[in-house]
Design a protein around this ligand. Structure first.
Ligand code: S5P
Length: 272
C-alpha cells in the first residue's frame, strides 16, 4: 500500500480518527489540498482573509495567540465561517510541554483550543507523554494531532533520529496522531514494513511560488516540489497568499492560484 498513489477519498476510509477522515473528505469535495495560514494580528483582518480564501481551502491554520483584539466573538465567527465555507480549523499551537501542562493549555485558558480546533500540533521533544496528555482532552472530542517530525527552517534540529522517534511516537497512538508536519512522506521511516497499510497525513509548510525565503530562516518550495515530488498531502501557505497587502481581490486570486497548483500537483502524482 502506498498513500502516494491513492486518492484522498480512498484514504479517508483508512482513518478511524474523525478529524483525519473529515479533512480527506473535504479535500476531495472541494478539490483543494490548500491550507491557508492566517498569521495576522487584527481580528478584522483575520476574519476578512478567512472569508475571502474560505471557498478555496480545505483547512485554515491559525495562531490565535497572535491576535491583539482576541475575544469569544472571534471564535464564534471563525466557527461560522468554517461551516459556511466548508473547511476545518487547525490551531498551530505547537505544544511542547509535559502531559499535564499541555492538557491544561489545550482545554483551558483564554483560548480553550480544544473547543474549536479540529486539529492541533505538538513538538515530540517531551516524548510520548505529550501525546497522552493531549489525547485525554482531544480524543473524547474527536480531535486529531499532528507531530512536528520535520521543520521548514534553515538548520533546524528536527532531523535524523529525532524524526524517526517522532514517527515511532505516532505509531503508538494511531487513534489520535493523524500525521505530521513534515517535508516528505514518513511511512517508510524506521525500517517499517509498509505493507500493512499505514497512512499518515503530511501537512507541509514552507510553500511559495514567488520567493525562496523570508530573510528569517524560512525556506519555500513549490506545490509541485511538495505534492508531486515529495508526496506530501497538504500545502500550507501563509504570506504567499496575503503577503502583498490586504486587497481582497488580490488575496482571492492568490488563493485560487495555490488551490489550482496544489490540485494539479496531486493529479500529476496520481497519474504517475
Ligand atoms: O516547520 C514549520 C512548521 C510550521 S507549522 N514551518 C512553518 O513555517 N510553520 C508555520 O507555517 C509557521 O508558523 C507559519 O504560520 C506558517 C508559514 O507561513 P509562511 O508565511 O512562511 O507561508
Amino acid at each position: 500500500y502506498d498513500p502516494k498513489s491513492s486518492s484522498y477519498v480512498d484514504r479517508s476510509k483508512r482513518h478511524s480518527n474523525g478529524a483525519a477522515k473529515a479533512l480527506l473528505e473535504v479535500m476531495d469535495r472541494k478539490k483543494s489540498n490548500l491550507c491557508v495560514s492566517v498569521d495576522v494580528a487584527q481580528k478584522q483582518s483575520f476574519l476578512s482573509i478567512i472569508d475571502t480564501v474560505g471557498p478555496y481551502v480545505c483547512l485554515i491554520k491559525t495562531h490565535v495567540d497572535i491576535i491583539e483584539d482576541f475575544d469569544d466573538q472571534l471564535l464564534a465567527e471563525l466557527k461560522a465561517l468554517s461551516e459556511r465555507h466548508d473547511f476545518l480549523i487547525f490551531e498551530d499551537r505547537k505544544f511542547a510541554d509535559i502531559g499535564n501542562t499541555v492538557k491544561l493549555q489545550y482545554a483551558k485558558g483564554v483560548h480553550k483550543i480544544a473547543n474549536w480546533a479540529h486539529i492541533v500540533n505538538a513538538h515530540p521533544v517531551p516524548g510520548p507523554s505529550i501525546v497522552e496528555g493531549l489525547a485525554s482532552v482531544g480524543l473524547p472530542l474527536g480531535r486529531g494531532l499532528l507531530l512536528l517530525a520535520e521543520m521548514s527552517t534553515k538548520d533546524n534540529l528536527a532531523t535524523g533520529e529525532y524524526t524517526t522517534r517522532a514517527v515511532q511516537m505516532a505509531r503508538q497512538r494511531p487513534d489520535f496522531v493523524i500525521g505530521f508536519i513534515a517535508q516528505r512522506r514518513m511511512e517508510t521511516i524506521g525500517s517499517h514494513d509498509t505493507s500493512h497499510g499505514e497512512d499518515f497525513l503530511i501537512l507541509t509548510p514552507g510553500v511559495g511560488l514567488d520567493v525562496q525565503g523570508d530573510g528569517m530562516g524560512q525556506q519555500y518550495r513549490t506545490p509541485k516540489n511538495v505534492i508531486t515530488d515529495a508526496g506530501c498531502d497538504v500545502i500550507i501557505v501563509g504570506r504567499g497568499i496575503y503577503g502583498n497587502g490586504d486587497d481582497v481581490d488580490a488575496i482571492r486570486k492568490q488563493a485560487q492560484r495555490y488551490q489550482a497548483e496544489g490540485w494539479k500537483a496531486y493529479l500529476d502524482r496520481l497519474s504517475k
